[in-house]
Design a protein around this ligand. Sequence first.
Ligand code: GH3
Ligand code: MG
Ligand code: MG
Ligand code: MG
Length: 315
Amino acid sequence: YVLKDSSHVYRYVASLVQRLWRNRSQSVLVVDDSPASRGLVASWLVRQGLRVHQAGDGQAALDCLSRDPAIRLVLTDRHMPGMDGFGLVKALRKLRGRDRLAIIGVSASEDQELSARFLKLGANDFLAKPFSYEELCARVHQNLDMLDSLDALRELASRDALTGLYNRRHFFAEGPVRLGTPPPPQEQHVALMLDVDHFKQVNDRRGHAAGDAVLRQMGSLLSQHFPDGLVARLGGEEFAVLLTGPLNDLYRRAELFREHFSQSEQHNPVDGQAFHCTVSVGASPCAGQDLDAWLRAADARLYEAKQGGRDRVVW
Ligand code: GH3
Ligand code: MG
Ligand code: MG
Ligand code: MG
């Protein structure tokens, strides 16, 4: 069998390994006032390799979720003392959307409306008691797979395809979040705007592939130098970094980066020729709460760097 269709076997093993790895890293929460049925469901999920928490009512479930924010899926009973299943779904949805936390409503009631009410309140799915081990596993995995797909899509939508850095969309979504967090004492938020010097010449003289290689090199050096920063390619050969730290430190790091980039050898992937590129950097400490104004200030410094002869950092 292995010899007849090895690629099929490979795919199967790969998906199995992926699922086991995924399960190990994911927590689920089982909420039911009956210790017996809660325990049974929990043991079935443990058998699937998942990390399982248990809670006896809605409030205990909320406490559990705040203790372990890594919980990805909640299975909840309908009838419970105190906060019941419907109350819990409503409360959970205020904390996290359908695309971040999966909720499966569970109940023994014969009421036909029950599943619809669970779904209308924000549950992703519904299981009617009694259910089999197979059905539980199928629903849990389908919901976890959906969350994984959405995570993968979100990641893809936030990245620049050429450099792997964050893209403009993500930068302008996350920038204000960073800006809204006050820096520790003695530290400041600083924006760097970076632009490759005479990049058009690289394209014109050496070809577009050589230009792309420079951009990828820029991406990898930026990630290497600023792992603590919000690093993005804003477009073309223009990059931005938001950093937090003591001003002197950040100044030194920006200078070190410029030097490293200018000294590193670039390679034309077409003819193998080596060449060098430089970068100009404008830096501005943050004043106020407006990301656009902050970036305009850094951009004005970048313009000065270009006017001043390029291959330099201007503050
Ligand atoms: P300066 O030193 O003043 O910044 O000059 P420059 O030549 O770097 O600036 P200019 O804005 O004139 O040129 C930018 C060039 O970047 C033009 C465009 O063709 C090129 N470019 C934009 N995006 C890409 C890309 O994804 N790949 C490649 N290879 N080139 C790109
Ligand atoms: Mg109950
Ligand atoms: Mg430019
Ligand atoms: Mg340029």
